[in-house]
Design a protein. Structure first.
Length: 368
């Protein structure tokens, strides 16, 4: 029987609950639990841990609850300080652990606290509810002290959000994360790279590829972490007008793309050894070695067999070329795509001519 997963509430909803608790405190009313209406109409009931009066304003603490979503901010305290002011309008400020936007391409201007529009609207709704006015003047400062460390586990440093995490949430409701939500969270990297006028977007599945790319001289701002969603990210980059893309990855990932597999999780498709065996056989790998490739535990083991037969360079070059062909065909020729295949040690195993031309044009070091 399927388990019903529990929903939670976003950091933005925590901040909005803190704002409401602050107004209840000022009115002398009970603030221990507040009711909110999320932006999609979902009712939320959120407990408030504390409310205190400080020199900066009324400060409320709400502890983030993520339900069954594996959210890194679960259990973190969200502090919201509300100070009324004479000027009309709501000023949003970043406290400790909330980041500031430093790069173009995000949904917020450079210099703004990384408090997304969803939480801002939810907070404005709460203030209008509590005051009965649309022109209330207030300063709202959000702090998530744990965010200083938590930000290191997110894409924020890559996106140019410095000093902490973002206050996020489209509606205020946190439902267990879907694959679609995770994929969408990767897309802003493309916007930031294009806003920085990077001529080539360099797709890497994870941190190993990122480290290798940097060692070749690829700028950090050009790197796009794709996870397993190479096809999805190719589509999003093409939609945004990207002209050149390099796919840089380990043999295990690129062999799949060479076979036309653009979602590379092994639960979706895992024909790595079969693909390696086919390409190696086409280059002359003896039948017994083909069987050894098919029986290998990993692609690294399989590559040792191919290397022992003296076919490493030929096979890897063919695979890189096929990645280039498959990817450009996938995008109907709208984008130039090169391929660079590496092992875990960072050695370049194969590169197509498109990748080499990118390297020549932009000063990357393919010969190590």
């Amino acid at each position: 029987m399927a388990k019903n997963l529990r929903s939670g509430y976003t950091t933005g909803a925590c901040a909005a609950a803190g704002v409401k608790a602050a107004f209840l405190f000022m009115a002398g009313a009970d603030w221990n639990t507040v009711d909110l209406t999320a932006l999609d109409g979902t009712p939320l009931t959120i407990p408030v841990k504390s409310v205190t009066e400080t020199a900066e304003g009324i400060r409320a603490e709400v502890v983030k609850f993520s339900g069954d979503d594996p959210d890194i901010t679960n259990g973190a305290s969200v502090f919201t300080t509300v100070a009324l002011r004479d000027e009309t309008g709501i000023e949003f400020c970043a406290g400790e652990g909330v980041g500031t936007v430093t790069k173009r391409g995000m949904s917020l201007p450079v210099g703004e606290p990384s408090i997304n529009e969803g939480p801002r609207k939810l907070i404005r709704n709460v203030i209008e509810e509590m005051t009965g006015r649309t022109d209330t003047g207030a300063r709202v400062t959000i702090a998530i002290p744990a965010g200083v460390e938590l930000a290191k586990k997110t894409l924020n440093p890559v996106l140019g959000i410095e000093g902490g995490i973002s206050v996020i949430g489209t509606t205020g409701v946190l439902r267990p994360m879907s694959e679609e939500a995770f994929k969408d969270s990767l897309v802003p990297q493309i916007d930031v790279a294009l806003a920085a006028n990077e001529p080539v977007l360099v797709f890497v599945p994870g941190k190993i590829g990122e480290k290798i790319a940097l060692s070749l001289g690829v700028p950090q701002t050009a790197l796009i972490e794709t996870s397993n969603f190479i096809g999805f990210m190719l589509d999003r980059a093409a939609e945004r007008g990207a002209e050149r893309i390099l796919i840089l990855g380990h043999t295990g990932k690129l062999v799949k793309v060479a076979a036309g597999v653009f979602h590379t999780h092994n639960r979706i498709a895992d024909a790595r050894l079969e693909t390696l065996a086919a390409y190696a056989a086409a280059e002359g790998l003896p039948q017994d070695d083909v069987r050894a490739v098919l029986a290998a535990n990993t692609t690294e083991d399989a590559m040792e067999v191919i290397s022992g037969a003296g076919l490493m360079d030929r096979v890897c070059s063919v695979i890189a070329e096929r990645v280039h062909i498959r990817a450009e065909r996938y995008l109907f020729g709208k984008v130039q795509v090169g391929a660079l295949m590496v092992n875990f040690a960072g050695d370049i195993l194969g590169a197509d001519e498109r990748a080499r031309s990118f390297a020549r044009s932009y000063g990357w070091r393919l010969e190590q």
